[in-house]
Design a protein around this ligand. Structure first.
Ligand SMILES: [Zn+2]
Length: 123
């Protein structure tokens, strides 16, 4: 990635050796006397960024009993909100605390668009 975090040298930027935004070099300067690193492509990146795909991270939340218990938080909150709506003729009387309390979310639950074990990722 750019040393100033402007972009990752991936996709259309894969072949660039200079950041198109800030002009910083992608690689550390190559020692021309080091025969193993004469090729620019073998140069050491000045900055790297590692990613872990979100799917395995979410799956890992279910690995332990404690994690699985934590993953039931949304379901429990949803049940609480639905119960409250049922007891108050569809009117929410308690304060809004989280997105579970929002009408957009609750309407999706009522329509059946949200399953009991679905995971919501809020960005
Ligand atoms: Zn840059």
């Amino acid at each position: 990635m750019c040393v100033n975090s402007c972009l990752g040298f991936t996709g259309p930027f894969t072949k660039l050796e200079v950041c198109p935004y800030c002009g910083e070099k992608r690689y550390e300067d190559v020692d021309v006397n080091d025969s193993s690193r004469r090729n620019r492509k073998d140069g050491k990146p000045r900055k790297q960024f590692c990613t872990i795909p979100i799917g395995p991270q979410l799956q890992a939340l279910w690995r332990s009993p404690r994690g699985a218990q934590s993953m039931s938080y949304r379901r429990k909150c949803t049940e609480r909100v639905l119960r409250e709506l049922q007891e108050n003729e569809g009117v929410k009387v308690s304060p809004y605390e989280d997105f579970f309390d929002g009408s957009e979310y609750i309407e999706k639950v009522i329509r059946g668009d949200v399953g009991e074990n679905d995971i919501f990722l809020v960005l």
